[in-house]
Design a protein around this ligand. Structure first.
Ligand code: AMP
Ligand code: GLY
Length: 428
């Protein structure tokens, strides 16, 4: 099979690497990819951006692509899956209508309310005066979310009344996120522990991936601003099998059934960001219409099954002989980021130490990197994700940190406490 992976981050490097291991796969094209995918066996980068749907479609046609895997949300929200389906090409990713579950937080909230899916109590606003009136009485802290895609920055947890009012004003006026903030969701702040639950879905049929947990804040001890994710591990011991059953019964199944009842066949990865409350109740914080980054890196290191076989069986509705199997080991991934991320950062810094031989079970997934004259340079906020397998989380964590020691670039920053929650250690 000929595979096309769309995107150029750490998630897409892991997807391409895993797809290329399938005995069914002849080659994996990555659009646009990064320095990591450029050097991966049986992988080839193509110079087409992840948002350039017409050229992606033309490439897939010309090169007889058998299956396309879409990494990021933006092309899905723009309808890439619809365009490929219309051209008769297999694309694993939700349609534009289905991707609204991530692309519009107000839609996702109303959807949860319509189908009795547990999430925080909320109201949606477009009118600044109505939002102000509600925020003057809302219990603090209060969570304010821009409706549209805002590169992971559209959620503010306001601790004070002034911050809440100023946030709502900045979003609704268009000043903060342009059109993405013209509607806001105001919701109760939920206490608890956050986990990621990701499934591969096709209609109401789904296969669960292993559990994982991300680290959203930039700094040690879960401090500083939210990022796309600074590290992840799998499995997440917080999710017992009883809790996993509840998540499936109370969140995943009603979500897929609710979409189907509204005429939407969801096909692709579905990611539920879940807050597990102090009494163990799971509630949806957000849905993503794609795999998580960096959760994908440790998840795919642990996945024993052939990913392409799983997706193909799911799309063809023949799952009878298909089981998702996992390596018994745990995996931990630590993101190496550029100084300044998630704010402004410099690009084009030389990365050294990548040629150092890695111990067995350690893999460096590239994210914001580029090859120039044989040198690997930084090209993004999140640059690399050093991921390791180990007999348990502590061993995997120690191997990941040992694996990143030789790597250097100007302004390198990373968290020193990835997986602290799984290890019951004090963060920081
Ligand atoms: P979202 O993009 O909706 O997941 O929000 C980004 C982050 O904000 C989440 O990963 C949580 O850490 C936090 N968050 C969102 N909604 C809530 C909530 N209702 N209560 C507490 N934290 C929240
Ligand atoms: N790591 C969280 C996300 O991909 O949205």
């Amino acid at each position: 099979m000929r595979i096309l992976v769309i995107g150029g981050g750490g998630r897409e490097h892991a997807l391409a690497w895993k797809a290329a291991q399938s005995p069914r796969v002849e080659c994996v094209y990555v659009a646009p990819g990064n320095a990591g995918t450029a050097c991966e066996t049986r992988c080839e980068n193509i110079p087409v951006g992840a948002a350039d749907i017409p050229n992606l479609l033309a490439f897939a046609r010309e090169h007889h692509i058998d299956l396309t895997l879409v990494g990021p949300e933006a092309p899905l929200a723009e309808g890439i899956a619809d365009a490929f389906a219309a051209a008769g090409l297999a694309c694993f990713g939700p349609s534009r209508a289905a991707a609204r579950i991530e692309a519009s937080k107000a839609y996702a909230k109303r959807f949860c309310e319509r189908h009795g899916i547990p999430s925080a109590r909320a109201r949606c606003f477009t009118d600044p005066a109505a939002a102000r009136a509600a925020l003057l009485r809302w219990k603090l802290p209060v969570v304010i979310k821009a409706d549209g895609l805002a590169a992971g920055k559209g959620v503010v947890i306001a601790e004070t009344r002034e911050q809440a009012l100023a946030t709502a004003d900045a979003m609704l006026s268009g000043q903060a996120f342009g059109a993405a903030g013209r509607e806001i969701v105001v919701e109760d702040h939920l206490p608890g522990d956050e986990v990621s639950y990701i499934v591969l879905a096709h209609g109401k049929t789904y296969l669960c991936l292993a559990t994982s947990q991300d680290h959203k804040r930039v700094g040690d001890g879960d401090t500083g601003p939210n990022t796309g994710g600074m590290g992840a591990y799998s499995p997440a011991p917080l999710i017992t099998s009883t809790l996993a059953q509840r998540i499936e019964a109370e969140i995943i199944q009603p979500t897929l059934a609710g979409l189907a009842a509204e005429g939407i066949t969801y096909s692709g990865f579905l990611y539920a960001g879940i807050m597990v409350g102090p009494r163990g109740t799971p509630r949806v914080l957000e849905f993503n219409c794609r795999l998580g980054d960096p959760e994908t890196q440790p998840l795919l290191m642990r996945l024993d099954s052939d990913l392409i076989e799983l997706v193909t069986a799911l799309l063809h509705g023949n799952l009878e002989d298909t089981a998702v199997t996992w390596k018994p080991q745990a995996a931990v991934g630590v993101v190496l980021a550029s100084a300044g991320y998630p704010g402004d950062y410099k690009k084009g810094r030389a990365i050294t130490g990548l040629e150092t031989p890695l111990p067995e079970g350690v893999k460096i997934f590239h994210a914001g990197t580029t090859l120039q004259g044989g040198k690997v340079l930084t090209a993004g906020g999140r640059v690399l994700c050093v991921t390791a397998l180990g007999k348990d989380i502590a061993t995997a964590r120690n191997k990941a940190y040992a694996g990143l020691q030789p790597i250097h670039f100007d302004g390198i920053q990373y968290r020193h406490d990835i997986a602290h929650r799984a290890l019951n250690e004090k963060p920081g």
